[in-house]
Every structure is written in C-alpha cells, then in structure tokens.
Design a protein around this ligand. Structure first.
Ligand SMILES: Cc1ncc(COP(=O)(O)O)c(C=O)c1O
Length: 353
C-alpha cells in the first residue's frame, strides 16, 4: 500500500482506511439498500439511531447530502432558514438550501458559532402577513469548523432548542464532528442530539471511514429523507461495504479522537512560540494559524511547507488551517512544527543583501 510520506494536515477527511477497516469492508455482509435489505446498513442505522436517542436514521454518501436532506424535510419552498455566517451550510454547500429546497437564508453573525434565542426571536416575523416568509428552521453546527473546531456549549444548544420548540421552528444540527465535541466535552452524543429535530454526523472525518454520513430524526422525518435521497440520486445498493467501515470506526476510532485533540494542542503550543503568527487554543482537532507579520506571505509559506512535505489548507488570505487526524502521529506534529519554524524564520530573517 503506497502511504503518503507527507504530513497531511489539510483536513481530517484525508485519512485512508486502516488495514483492520479494510478487512471489515472485505468481510461485510451486504444486500440491496435501496430495496432496504442490506443488513450492515440496517445495523449501522439502528445503532446510530439508538446512540442518538432518535427513532430512525438514514445512511447518506456525504455530510452535505445529510445537511441538505435535513433542510428539505423541515421546509417548504419560500421558507426561511436561520443559519450562522461561518457555517458549512452557508459557506460550503453552494447555496443548496435555495437550489435544492427553494428556501431563503437568514444569516446571523456570532462570535463562536452559537445562535441565540434572541437571534431567533429577531428573525421571526408575523407570517400571517402575506408579505412575509415563514421561518421554518434553524441550523447549528458542532464542533464549529470555521470558528476553529470549537465545541458549541450544550447550554446554548438547549436554549436554542427550547426557543425553537416554543416558536414552532425546527432545529437541524450539522454534527459532522459531533464525535469530537462529545469526546472533548465528555457530554454524550445523545444529549447533543436531544437539542435538535435532525442531526447529521460524518464517519468520513475524524472517524476515518472512506465515505459515509448519517441523518437521524423521528421516523416521519427520516422516511421523508429516504424518499428525497432517492430522488437526488443518493440511493446506494450494496453499500454495506461502506457501512461496515463506519461500524468499525464507531467501535475503534471514537475514543482515540482524544489523541487528535492532544496533538492539535501540542502543535498550537509550539506554533505560539513562533514570531509573526497567532494561533488559536484548539478545543478539538483544528488549528488556525493567522499571519500577523506583514512580511509573512501566506502563499510563499504554504509553498515552502509543501516542499518540506507538510500539507496545510489556506483559509482566506491570512490564515492556514491545520487539522489533526488518524494518519498524523506525534512525529508528524514535530515535523510540522519544525518545518513551520524554519520557514517562518527564513521569511523573517533580515535581508543579507
Ligand atoms: C461542519 C461540516 N459540515 C458538513 C460537511 C460536509 O461533509 P462532506 O464533505 O461529506 O459533504 C463538512 C465537511 O468538511 C463539515 O466540515
């Protein structure tokens, strides 16, 4: 197996299935999941429904499809969806809530990703007035990627859930990295899931599966999601081979997320000692490195890191994102920190001319 000799910190989606996960894939018992008789998919869906305390679950190819189905099941064309400025649903889903569900985004800005009941109140207008569109849904995200992998506090999610219930607004939670939130905070997945009507979770990020996400909710919502998934071309046949990887990930890769979080903290601590840079204090597996010194050119640093075998992800003009995961060990963290130190010192060295 050709392994990547680089330290690849671009994303936690870059992991390759471990030998044990590949064995689980090879040995999976499969059926036809569109007909509904793939036993491994059924087992995964039952297991995650039970883990989250929801009635039902539907396996989907991607987190994006899971979020978009969550939006589709709770809304009608013309409805408003309240979303956060830095959320994945806003930034990275190509306006899918408009394109797929005919909804309009009502966007709020928050310091750390938590939408408040006051923001919800503010967004609600009297839709008995025929001019006004109905606010049908609010979407949260946890952990919150573009806020640096922060864990959105459970109290904030509970307050939003209560406000939503009171005002007849549904709640969808983008829990692509809810596993990380749960491991970092010690709060069970089920408690986070109780704050939303539907929750999407990914197996293909920190959990290290090659493909796969899941949407959970009550049986009515999931029945509807299953129908729309088929309409969107997301019905998959002998997909137990992927569900087997996800079950393997649930059994073996959840608790180890602690290692990713420890490594992110370690990496950030080393970077904080370097000149010209500012770094977050990671709560989970995401490190944001901000370029403060005017002589530090992001494109140049990025390229020099690549040359040294350190892969990172530019996030705008002055920030790099470094994400820890299953395929980065302690030695990789040391290599990355040393490379960044060398590149930054080189860039900031006074000209010898
Ligand atoms: C917070 C969040 N939500 C949703 C997704 C979408 O997942 P996918 O890439 O599987 O569509 C991502 C992907 O990175 C994500 O970070």
């Amino acid at each position: 197996m050709a392994l990547n000799p680089n330290v690849d910190l671009r994303s936690d989606t870059v992991t390759r299935p471990t030998p044990a996960m590949r064995r689980a894939i090879a040995e999976a018992i499969v059926g036809d999941d569109v007909i509904g008789d793939d036993p491994t998919v059924l087992e995964l869906e039952r297991r995650v429904a039970s883990l989250t305390g929801k009635e039902a679950a539907v396996f989907v190819p991607s987190g994006t499809m899971g979020n978009q189905l969550g939006i589709a099941v709770h809304t009608q064309p013309g409805d408003q969806v309240l979303i956060e400025r830095e959320s994945h649903v806003f930034h990275y889903e190509q306006g899918g809530l408009g394109a797929n569900s005919g909804c309009v985004a009502n966007i709020v800005t928050t310091p750390h990703g938590a939408i408040t009941p006051e923001m919800l109140d503010e967004a609600i207008e009297d839709h008995t007035d025929d001019h006004v569109s109905r606010l049908a849904l609010v979407c949260s995200e946890n952990t919150h990627n573009r806020h640096g992998g922060v864990v959105v506090p459970i109290e904030a999610l509970r307050a939003l859930a209560a406000a939503g219930r009171e005002r007849g607004v549904r709640v969808h939670l983008d829990g692509a990295r809810l596993w990380n939130a749960s491991v970092a905070s010690g709060i069970p997945i089920r408690e986070y899931a109780a704050t939303a009507d539907t929750v999407m979770m990914c197996f293909s990020k920190g959990l290290g599966a090659p493909v796969g996400s899941i949407l959970v909710g009550d049986s009515g919502a999931i029945r509807k999601a299953r129908r729309i998934r088929k309409r969107w071309g997301g019905g998959m046949r002998q997909v137990g081979i992927l569900a087997a990887a996800c079950i393997h990930a649930l059994d073996h890769h959840v608790e180890r997320l602690r290692d990713d979080h420890r490594r992110a903290r370690d990496l950030a601590a080393r970077i904080s000692a370097l000149p010209g840079l500012r770094v977050n204090e990671p709560e989970t597996n995401i490190v944001f490195v901000d370029f403060e010194h005017p002589a530090l050119d992001l494109a140049a640093v990025y390229e020099r890191l690549e040359k040294r075998g350190i892969q990172t992800l530019p996030y705008g003009r002055r920030r790099l994102r470094l994400t820890t995961h299953l395929d980065v060990d302690d030695e990789g963290i040391t290599r990355a920190a040393q490379a960044l130190q060398a590149v930054v010192e080189e860039a900031l060295a006074p000209s010898r001319a």
